[in-house]
Design a protein around this ligand. Structure first.
Ligand SMILES: [Zn+2]
Length: 220
């Protein structure tokens, strides 16, 4: 780190986030100005009382929605455990809540994700699997790419005997705009290793994730 200047400029020419300066990321002020532009473009007055704080709130929301760009999923899976007493059955995390954003319209993709892997000696804390889903979800996505990224990362880092990922999600760009088809969900899957090669393993996975309730229907 170079030493901080003593006096802060009122209009810094560079973004505030020191770690993202090199990427040319716009400043928070520029992002807020862009929101004001969209508000005006929608036909409203960004200076009216109800909207004055909106650019700030939108930018803060974006920090949450897209927090995944600053996180490394490989690092997340790095800590593994080998003392499993010979456990060699599949590990499944079912019904992981999925919140992402479509990269074509920047509107929500909401659904759930099921992740399974068949360990080969190494296992990982289950919360880490959910975190990997979250890291990729908190970026602009298409569902196919999201599904593949989750499966490929788990496969590359843990090197298990197989990985299975299924995502079922509704895309707001289909439900609240465009063709307006509420209730339609998109299902994508990526099967690697034994889940791809062995129909019995895949079938076991499918029956386990459907377990007490069918996919897409919660009886809670
Ligand atoms: Zn879309």
């Amino acid at each position: 780190m170079t030493k901080e200047p003593d006096v802060k400029s009122q209009n810094p020419p560079l973004p505030k986030d020191s770690d993202t300066v090199s990427t040319g990321k716009p400043s928070r002020e520029q992002a807020e100005e862009a929101v004001r532009t969209l508000l005006r473009w929608a036909g409203d007055d960004p200076d009216r009382e109800g909207l004055v704080g909106t650019p700030d709130r939108v930018v803060r929301s974006y920090e949450e929605f897209f927090a995944g760009y600053d996180l490394d999923p490989v690092e997340m899976l790095a800590r593994t455990f080998e003392e499993t007493d010979g456990y060699d059955e599949m590990v499944i995390l079912r019904d992981i809540r999925l919140e992402s954003h479509c990269e074509h319209h920047m509107v929500p993709i909401i659904g759930k994700c099921h992740v399974a892997y068949l360990p080969d000696r190494r296992v990982v804390g289950i919360s880490k699997l959910a975190r990997v889903v979250e890291v990729f979800a908190k970026r602009l996505q298409i569902q196919e790419k999201l599904t593949a990224q989750i499966a490929n990362t788990i496969n590359d880092v843990l090197q298990p005997k197989g990985v299975a990922v299924i995502i079922e999600a509704a895309h707001q760009c289909m439900t609240t705009r465009g063709i307006h088809k509420p209730g339609v969900t998109m299902v994508t899957s990526r099967m690697l290793g034994v889940f791809r090669d062995n129909p019995a393993t895949r079938k076991e996975f499918m029956s386990l994730i459907q377990g007490q309730h069918s996919v897409g229907l919660s009886n809670a």
